[in-house]
Design a protein. Structure first.
Length: 276
């Protein structure tokens, strides 16, 4: 089968095409950031990635609107479809950063991705404290609130900035930890990367879902405020959906913190043969 036919088989917003677009746009954004603004590439790259994906996300939001208001599709079904598409796009960005760090010259990684690494520079998976549930909840709720505020004010532009930043940070840290571990004898970078994903991937995917959901609620509310009267049936319908999506995101975030505090340390001990 022709690869382009395979990519487009499910239409312009099929999962394969969305994933491919996430990978490609991120690779281009990172490359342009490094070529044109090397000293600030870690931030400029994220900005370019977010800007490049504005078109496809606007198309996904338009599809969601048409499904609910035009095709009369059940809102929960349409919103789940949108959330899944955004998650696939998020994973495209994430894996593009993982691959880039794996291929980058080792001496350049900390310079190219300085902002993403932060305190993780020269660190390891074993330096991460997973056990403080209250701290995890507090930190993640702040990110959730920021994501909602950005989406409410800047709509899908703000949503993309927050999601692209988180995908880039997680992708860089995952891959960097594997590269660091591979400098030790008898450690394979790809195997270590796989083990790392098994340890912290579950709660990070849940966190990503929570941020996507809360960003959707912010975008929906922003559009409703601009388009409908506050006492109209349309505004009340959107407001009800926003509340439902917002509270769902909070529940998912709490579950993610619980998984991080319990499953992650257990998996690290199991896969890396350590005692906590």
């Amino acid at each position: 089968m022709n690869p382009w036919t395979w990519l487009n088989a499910a239409g312009p917003f099929g999962h394969r095409r969305v994933l491919f677009y996430g990978l490609l746009s991120t690779a281009v954004g990172i490359s342009c950031g490094l070529l044109l603004w090397s000293e600030a590439a870690s931030l400029i790259g994220v900005l370019l990635v977010a800007m490049s994906q504005a078109g496809i996300v606007e198309g996904l939001l338009d599809r969601n609107r048409d499904e609910i208001w035009g095709e009369k599709l059940e809102p929960n079904v349409a919103n789940r479809r949108l959330a899944l598409s955004l998650l696939i796009l998020f994973l495209g960005v994430f894996f593009a950063y993982v691959i880039t760090v794996q291929l980058a010259p080792e001496a350049k990684i900390e310079d190219w991705f300085e902002r993403q690494l932060g305190n993780f520079a020269a660190g390891s998976l074993l330096d991460i404290d997973f056990s403080n549930f209250e701290h995890l909840i507090g930190r993640n709720v702040l990110v959730l609130a920021a994501c909602f505020a950005f989406a409410l004010i800047y709509r899908h532009g703000g949503m993309l900035l927050v999601l692209a930043w988180n995908a880039s940070r997680w992708g860089v840290i995952f891959s960097y930890l594997a590269r660091q571990a591979a400098t030790e004898p008898d450690v394979n970078s790809v195997v270590y990367l796989g083990k790392t994903f098994l340890c912290i991937g579950p709660h990070l995917v849940l966190e990503a879902i929570a941020y996507i959901l809360v960003a959707m609620s912010g975008v929906f509310l922003s559009k409703a405020i601009a388009k409908y009267r506050y006492d109209s049936d349309e505004f009340l319908q959107v407001g009800s959906a926003v509340l439902k999506i917002f509270w769902t995101s909070l529940v998912v975030l709490i579950v993610a913190a619980g998984v991080e505090a319990t499953v992650a340390p257990f998996m690290v001990e199991l896969l890396f043969d350590l005692s906590f």
